[in-house]
Design a protein around this ligand. Sequence first.
Ligand code: MN
Length: 338
Amino acid sequence: MVKKVKDLMLLTNEKQVYYFSGFLTEDGFLLKGKDTTLFVDDRYYEEAVKTVKKGVIVKKLTSFNDIKEEVLRLDAKELLIDFETVSHSEAIKYQEFISIKDCSKELKETFLIKDKSEIELIKKASSITEKAFYKSIKKIRKGITELKLKNIIENNLKKLGASGSSFDIIVAFQENSAIPHHKAGDRKLGKNEVVLIDMGAVYKGYASDMTRTLFYGKPPIKFVSCYEAVKQANELAIKNITLGMTAKDADAIARNSLKEVYLDTYFTHSLGHGVGLNIHEAPTLSKKSEEVIKEDMVFTIEPGVYFEGEFGIRIEDTVVMQKSPKRLFTDDKKLIIK
Ligand SMILES: [Mn+2]
């Protein structure tokens, strides 16, 4: 499971500790060299011993000195730490007894390609997400607030087996759907309005990400034609992204598809992002991204168009890259009219 990590590495980020140890804790330290050693305090010790992956050694942590002693005992020349998740003040503490080096790049590489067990967990998170979406939209009715619908979704995610939401669920009605990162509020749903929902489950630490835009009432022609254009951009990207392609070329497939119908200027964000233990991770599928699309990457494909003050549409799938992207949702993405 562990790839491309050399020498002695110290991890403190919850998700990174989980990845290498199999134990999810906010308070753990993980030392990874020849052996993998997880340090947790009394509260977590017994649970950790029972839960960790095969081969992981669990030690009781009583003070910072325990880490220091272990590092010195292992006689490493330097300590690799992730400058992106470790604070400067924390880094200084390590630097007082050993020279430190950034390993954020290697870590990103490690998380970039998913193994079979990770893909299974993301599939499960995706299945929960999709089920929760279709269950929740049955509750859409006149006068419901964005916040109320958001809470229904959150409850359904948990009822269906998620440990929680992979991010703050977006529920946006009509003009609010034109704001890609709208925060759900007290806006009530009226007749003949757009409903945009961006949501995702976490299952055993792994995330999923899905956006659907539907219509409550009788949709105007502009909405229907834009919906078809966004759906086509989404589907064309899924059909034509290939192994070895740069992420900017992948992004361009959807962007060019929208350009043909003069909508590309309303597509104001990137096509997608990696999904795994984090809801946003590498690769980035944007206009400028030189990253290369590889097998077993998991990422989103989420074209959208936004008309300020009016409405927005986004259709987002989470996919796993095989010969071409394989969707982790099963719906046909046809326009839903409630
Ligand atoms: Mn997304």
